[in-house]
Design a protein around this ligand. Sequence first.
Ligand code: PBG
Length: 323
Amino acid sequence: MFPIERSRRTRRTEGLRRLAGESVLTQDDLVLPLFVIDGKDRTEEVPSMPGVTRRTADRLRSFAESIRSPAVLLFGVPEDREKDECGSAALSDDGCVPAAIRALKSERPDLVVITDVCLCAYPTHGHCGVSPDGSGPDNDATLELLAQMANVHAGAGADVVAPSAMMDGQVAAIRQALDGAGRGQVAIMAYAAKFASAFYGPFRDGARSAPAFGDRRSYQLPPANRREAVRDALLDEREGADWLMVKPAMPYLDVIADLRRESRLPIAAYQVSGEYAMLKRATEAGALDERGAVLESLIGVKRAGADAIITYYAEEVCEWIGR
Ligand code: PBG
């Protein structure tokens, strides 16, 4: 018999497989996204994302104790009547996000609170920046608002702000504003490689933030462009980002791997609403084993090079894997 190269030896028993394990997923990797609404003592289910709930700040306070993930990412979902042409509710110190930050921090000072910094849920037109002539976001006019919004969140106690509007220069503008306000300790997690993705569909339902006209292709990245994504992310690094994020996760594992090589910053990946809904619906239909499919989707993201993963499955995963 000819000699066979044997690679199955390291896979023979559970112990051998564990010993040769390359990537691990732990609770410490997970960030739970949370939708926050105005008002008191209210929750709402998000129809397109089974298992995902919008909560008022006081409901978040009572939920806080049970959160097992080390970090949360907050999204404000203002009522339609709060929206105006320039999204001014985003800058209010007693808006739903600052209230949520204070509620969470008073209950759980240990919890890492990250906030999404983007206008899209606040103006009536649903774009990620101000649109003075109605044609879509004006880049430089938007920077000032994003910087103010970041300062409002930081002032309420956010540990990390995560700009996701994809305006050029947003990281530098926010860094400058935070430093100017004496908030040099607040970190920036840049949505550095954020693609114009069909997988955000359920989120726009969750956050009531679908654009009223056009789409986001003039500011988010084209799904076909890997080099452009890396170039854009490295600009964010130079502007002072502390974290780089890739979003969505599963269709863009090559970009995560590229950034892992090109940067020394920690990298986060966002398993977005469409990825979540896809897994949920397929498991509800009995087509996939939920735990197996979800854990495999996440270990793939770790293997590609991510240090942290933002996922709507964070709490379920904590329960499944323990510590
Ligand atoms: C805001 C924002 C979006 C998501 C996170 N921040 C939506 C968008 O760009 O349209 C998507 C998150 C998800 O799909 O889970 N700009």
